[in-house]
Design a protein around this ligand. Structure first.
Ligand code: TLP
Length: 345
């Protein structure tokens, strides 16, 4: 990459192996189910997650809304976290596109939703209330700082859903980060879920695309909704070819991004004027805050760093989220720390 871009892992460029595979990809018309590379990606993804089938979609947002609409009918309620991407960052799509009512519960600092909060959101069978059909959980939970949720926690949510006759959807945009951080595999981590969306185009470096996995019956429904939303792609094998490399070669190395993030947070903790909690850095996200009496506010620091080819954008006046990824190496972090220290000293 030509810049040290810490805004997100969505900014990652494809690797040279991906570009080569894209060039050589066998393709067909995927709306007819005839793209061999897409079919292979969907098969491999389902196998990795221990589910029956997969569906390639354009983005994480599309994966979530297709899944939510496949689970919930109009006028039904989906329970989700207040800062979950599905609620806070997808343009209100459950309500706009699906006529679905989100029921929002607080996301805890460790990224979980309290079971009692979920339970309180489940409506009783009364014509006054929307019928509750779905719980959505995000793993890793981005707004809580990329917190990974454990298999034991997901199992507790799954058990509650089974007891209450609800379905469970996981927004696993960064599920491989969660699996690496929890020292487990994605099949174990997601076993209780009815559907999972995961992204190929974040830390895994593919240029575009996400995959939904679930039962044959669920994916059959999801395929129809993907078409309804205009997400039927044609020779999408060009993209799926990169996705296959993402799946096969890029998941285990995410531990390197976690180590880089932790090193960044530890370095920041030594810089006067910066507030950060390195012990909260479990995956590839670092949340930091400048003191209100710091020499520069967020916007000014961001501007200075840009002169050094470092891209770090403030959210609010003093807060930043930095995300590490394949293209951020330890030497980049040393350089960024040196510059932040210089500008704030
Ligand atoms: N997240 C982006 C921004 O939209 C905030 C980022 O930079 O982190 N689920 C989660 C948990 C996500 O973080 C994202 C993207 C999505 C879904 C949506 O994925 P895309 O961008 O592929 O639609």
């Amino acid at each position: 990459m030509d810049k040290i871009d810490l805004r997100s892992d969505t900014v990652t460029w494809p690797t040279s192996r991906m570009r080569q595979a894209m060039m050589e990809a066998e393709v067909g018309d995927d709306v007819y189910g005839e793209d061999p590379t897409v079919n292979e990606l969907e098969r491999r993804a389902a196998q990795k997650f221990g589910k029956e089938a997969g569906l390639f979609v354009a983005s994480g947002t599309m994966g979530n809304i297709v899944s939510i609409m496949a689970h919930c009918g109009r006028g039904e309620r989906a329970i989700m976290g207040h800062s979950a991407h599905t609620h806070a960052n997808e343009a209100g799509n459950p309500a706009v596109l699906g006529g679905i009512q989100p029921w929002v519960v607080p996301v805890q600092p460790d990224g979980t939703l309290l079971l009692e909060d979920i339970r309180a959101g489940i409506s009783s069978d009364d014509p006054h209330f929307p019928r509750t059909t779905l719980v959505c959980v995000e793993n890793t939970q981005g707004a809580a700082g990329g917190q990974p949720l454990s298999a034991a926690y997901i199992e507790r949510v799954g058990k509650l859903c089974r007891e209450q006759g609800l379905r469970l959807h996981l927004d696993g945009a960064r599920i491989f980060n969660a699996a690496v951080a929890e020292g487990t595999d994605v099949a174990t981590l997601t076993a209780p879920a009815d559907s999972i969306t995961f992204c190929l185009s974040k830390g895994l470096c593919a240029p575009a695309g996400s995959v939904i996995v679930g039962s044959d019956e669920f994916i059959y429904k999801a395929r129809r909704i993907r078409k309804l939303l205009g997400g039927g792609m044609r020779q999408a094998g060009i993209l799926a070819a990169a996705g296959l490399i993402a799946l096969e070669e890029m998941t285990e190395r995410l531990s390197e991004d976690h180590a880089t993030a932790r090193a960044f947070a530890e370095g920041l903790a030594h810089i006067p004027g910066v507030e950060v909690q390195p012990e909260r850095v479990k995956t590839n996200m670092v949340f930091l805050k400048l003191h209100a009496d710091s020499r520069l506010d967020g916007r000014m620091l961001s501007k200075k760093l840009e002169e050094d080819n470092i891209i770090l954008r403030p959210s609010g006046v003093y807060h930043f989220r930095a995300v590490t990824h394949y293209w951020i190496k330890p030497a980049h972090i040393d350089f960024v720390l040196e510059r932040i220290n210089r500008y704030l000293a």
